[in-house]
Design a protein around this ligand. Structure first.
Ligand code: FAD
Length: 427
């Protein structure tokens, strides 16, 4: 017999748990179905993974960071522990229950198929993550068996990468952190660079995130971007490893990583690169200036001294057009992620050309009562992040409570206002 449940949340990462917290506050009966364990996606990251945002940016409703190191950077196991404790307090998670298929029912509501169970639900919240499927560009398709291709989800540590030099494809946060770890372990590393903004970890005595959280940066909405595809753009290059430090094209070049332009093609013997490294670096520097201008505007509006943020120094942009891959141990591909909603959600017209749900404020346009939380740029730049997902969860819970005619309290106070930093903060 199918089980009837008013509201089902799918996924027990930060997005699903924040939604569960907010639904619970409003008295909405629900369950959270989780394919694995709460917070498990963090455990799937490489061994040395840490948050890029400082601990105080963990501002989940009912589970803000409360430790004694707000300016530090939790490891993957610490953040997973934090989410597992959160899930334990909420008490709504059914772990080890993957939803294999979600479809609409005639007359309203949804049918969910798990392994051996059918659930009928009036409302569904999909919170299955912002990093669902690693992209493998067609340029690497010609790679032969002699040099293995390692995607970010399967990279663990340098010892796990076959001996030899490594070609890292991509230059977002993951690519930079993996390239740094490999070159520090003594590997010869070549990086095929994409476009990514960068910024110093600390300016004016404050962490990058403290500035950005006080500014409009993370408030940016999708319609303020240059194009819908810009939602796939890389995050600001930086690292939280070892207490946090700068990590961008110049720091990597300083460590001995050889930078190259975009990867064009690869075969059993060699890799070819576009002659665009200078343009790639210039695009990264444009991103730096955008962040710098955002911080300067914030200071001027707030009447606080503008910190000294020097122009980037010179960088040699001569780069190889071709690379002999003999002697290479692996190619690590870190070129981003895409959604896989349409693989298991049977709703025509669900996503747009970039694979993002077509929605208004998180609710599907083609399937009312189907909600999404934790999507990049769902409502704002911060929508999928530990300090942004709570607001979207609140909005979704309010809409669902209204649908069930339940009272909607104001925003959860647990959304967090913890801040850290030694320098004066703009008012
Ligand atoms: C290098 C790097 C650094 C980062 N640093 C930060 C940072 O400092 N701060 C920050 O906020 N974010 C950071 N992120 C981003 C962060 O990892 C993600 O935004 C976050 O994991 C998304 O949380 P989520 O709850 O939306 O998804 P997830 O954590 O992926 O959770 C989704 C859950 O849904 C489950 N699931 C999926 N499909 C199904 C199904 N069909 N049925 C049942 N369950 C299902 C999964 O098992 C999983 O547990 C970083 C990412 C990277 C790559």
């Amino acid at each position: 017999m199918p089980e009837d449940i008013d509201v089902v949340v799918i996924g027990a990462g930060q997005a699903g748990l924040a939604t569960s917290h907010e639904l619970g506050l409003r008295g909405v009966d629900h369950v959270v179905l989780e394919a694995s364990e709460p917070g498990s996606s963090w455990l799937g990251r490489w061994d040395s993974f840490t948050l890029v945002g400082p601990n105080h940016t963990v501002r989940l409703p009912g589970a803000p960071y409360s430790g004694d190191d707000p300016g530090g950077f939790m490891s993957r196991t610490e953040i997973a522990d934090h989410l597992q404790a959160y899930a334990g307090r909420l008490g709504r998670v059914r772990a080890g229950v993957p939803v294999r298929r979600l479809a609409r029912r005639e007359g309203g509501g949804f049918e969910l198929r798990t392994d051996g169970e059918v659930i009928r639900s009036r409302v569904v919240v999909v919170a299955t993550g912002a990093y669902q499927r690693a992209v493998r560009p067609t340029a690497v398709a010609g790679l032969g068996p002699a040099v293995p291709c390692i995607d970010v989800p399967s990279y663990r540590n340098p010892a796990g990468v076959p001996d030899g030099a490594v070609l890292v494809v991509g230059s977002g946060q993951s690519a930079c952190q993996i390239a740094e770890e490999l070159v520090r372990s003594g590997r010869d590393v070549v990086m095929a660079c994409g476009r990514a903004p960068w910024f110093p970890r600390r300016v004016g005595g404050r962490d990058l995130f403290e500035w950005l959280l006080d500014s409009t940066f993370y408030e940016q909405t999708p319609d303020q971007l240059a194009s819908p595809a810009a939602r796939h753009g890389a995050n600001v290059q930086a690292s939280g490893a070892g207490g946090g430090h700068d990590l961008h094209y110049r720091t990597l070049a300083g460590l001995g990583v050889r930078l190259a332009g975009h990867l064009l093609a690869i075969d059993e013997q060699s890799a070819r690169f576009a002659p665009d490294l200078a343009e790639v670096i210039a695009a990264g520097d444009a991103g730096f200036r955008f962040v710098r201008d955002t911080i300067v505007a914030l200071c001027q509006e707030s009447g606080v001294p503008v910190p000294d943020i020097p122009e980037p120094g010179p960088l040699d942009t001569s780069a190889p057009a071709r690379l002999d891959l003999r002697g290479f141990g692996a190619v690590v591909v870190a070129t981003g992620f895409r959604s896989r909603y349409t693989e298991w959600i049977d709703v025509p017209g669900l996503v747009d050309a970039q694979g993002f749900p077509v929605h208004v404020d998180g609710e599907s346009v083609v399937a009312p009562d189907l909600h999404f939380v934790g999507v990049h740029f769902l409502r704002r730049r911060r929508s999928s992040l530990l300090f942004g997902v709570g607001d979207d969860a609140t909005a979704t819970a309010n809409r669902i409570a209204t649908r069930f005619r339940l009272p909607t309290p104001g925003p959860s106070t647990g959304a967090g206002t913890l801040r850290s930093g030694s320098a004066p903060r703009p008012k």
